[in-house]
Write a protein that binds this ligand. Structure first.
Ligand code: AMP
Length: 124
């Protein structure tokens, strides 16, 4: 998997495109999704260059992976999603409709989110 340093999240990390930051440290940036699908819709991205979850788990150290997911939880608490509940989504590749090729986790909450997949979830 080759990382494309012109993807939109790479540009956000370089400060070339603005974002609504929720949390930032040396490892991650968390910001509001530009097209929110729920009252809480925050994206958490590592600052390292990883194409997707699959790439991240394949390349990053156990410490980095653990640290990343600890921060996802921290961000969920910052936006106070833990009380009502939240869903994590990470899309890898074509079948999952991943649109930005920089690993990210969606934190969704703030309302009842319904079933796992929108619409008819039957496998065809
Ligand atoms: P995915 O389909 O899992 O790759 O999700 C990419 C997400 O990035 C989508 O939910 C988009 O709305 C979101 N997105 C795209 N561009 C921006 C941006 N400039 N700032 C914030 N979120 C963005």
């Amino acid at each position: 998997m080759t990382y494309d340093s012109n993807n939109i999240f790479a540009k956000i990390l370089r400060g070339e495109i603005p974002n609504k930051t929720v949390y930032e440290d040396e490892q991650v940036l968390a910001f509001h999704d530009i097209s929110a699908a729920a009252p809480v819709h925050v994206l958490v991205i590592p600052k390292g260059e990883y194409v997707s979850f699959d790439d991240f788990l394949g390349k990053a150290s156990a410490e980095t992976v653990h640290g990343f997911f600890e921060r996802v939880r921290k961000v969920a608490h910052i936006v106070e999603a833990q009380e009502g509940g939240y869903r994590l989504i990470t899309n890898h590749g074509r079948n999952a409709s991943q649109s930005v090729p920089h690993f990210h986790v969606h934190i969704l909450g703030g309302r009842a989110l319904g079933g796992l997949l929108p619409g008819d979830a039957l496998v065809r």
